[in-house]
Design a protein around this ligand. Sequence first.
Ligand code: TRP
Length: 444
Amino acid sequence: MNPQRAQWGSRLAFILAAAGSAIGLGNLWKFPYVTGINGGGAFVLVYLICILFVGVPVLLAELYIGQQSQTNTVNAFEVMHKKRTLWQLPGWMGIISAFLILSFYSVVGGWILDFTYHSVLGTFSGAPENAKTALNSLFQDPLRQTLWHFLFMFSACAIVIGGIKEGLEKWNKILMPTLLILLLALLVKSFFLNGFSQAIDFLFEPNFSMLTSESILEAVGHSFFTLSLGMGAIITYGSYLSKKEDLVKVSFALALLDTLIALVAGLVIFSIVFSFDLEPASGPGLIFATLPTLFSQMPGGYFLSLAFFILVGFAALTSAVSILEVQISYLTDKHKISRKKLTAITAAITFLTGLLSVFSTNIMSDIKIFDLTFFDLFDKLTSNYLLPIGGLIISLFFGWVLGPKATKHICGKSRLAHLGLLWITRIIAPFAILLVIYNLTIGF
Ligand code: TRP
């Protein structure tokens, strides 16, 4: 027996799985576009503060609950609390969030597939305007979007049913670092574009007049979305970790990696925006209108574009699989239907719901609820409300029910860290979340 090695194995399995879940469209597609809409620097600053003071503590709480209960999210709260209680609420809300998130996530995954296909055809090797034309024609074409959305959802479903999730994560061991290297190479290229310094100013020079209560809530919401927090998804990953593992190190590493990828993607994309006179606030189509423009100007752009969209597609797929898993692990506990059937049914219903998002860019673009298309409604409802409220309850459970025993276990000898974590999870994080939601929905 070599205990050292067994531990390393579980840590690697954890890192692969958790990074696979966290790093996805949230970093590469959503972060740049919401930053663009919310005016840049000030939004980024609030987002970074949220990651540090709300995201990391909730991440620690979810990991701890998973690590100590060594079970899935359904049972974790019960095991920790020794009975069924209302603390399981984030779990139930999590099923709804997972379902709504996956429905539009898969549609965007479909857009990535379409752009992969266009890369194969060489659409982007020509003029820079080709990207915009391809995007517009995709948005106007419900049938094409539906087919790609179906293919993406079908792949996620097949992976979960085939039980090859672990296999996929092993692939990720190669693909994720490749994606990171490719992003860094694009960053080097952006450095030489004339819009680079403007991109730096846009992202890192806070202009607080751009900050509205809505953009603050958006920053809170995105910090949950990007770290896969607030619906118990990370609890399952915590169960991979040995009870001796240093959760602080692991959480900071994960948050840092996730944030780094988002920032590099943002820098590259805004350098292109300012170099080619594109619109920073152009919304969900932002990465699709910008990156191929750069590829069209680069030697080897054909292969770069192809590699990039394939890698983003994989990153999106591993995240989608993790969202689907959350639903399945809850539902299999409740129903006597086989796991296979349950996955197929869940995927089918999610696919059908996703059609509302497909139609949001074309035939149903005029149908608005609270002034939002279905696509935006599902996104905002989950990121800005369901995930933060789920995180709030998890934080309270951790701070008040598990309390000092948990924070001492996590922080070891440092009294300052242990008290800091205790009061952040008991009061500061929940209060901050409530305040931001209250301010926006009711106002002061
Ligand atoms: N974090 C992923 C991304 O950034 C999306 C995701 C995967 C997610 N699992 C989740 C979001 C669970 C919320 C909850 O793309």
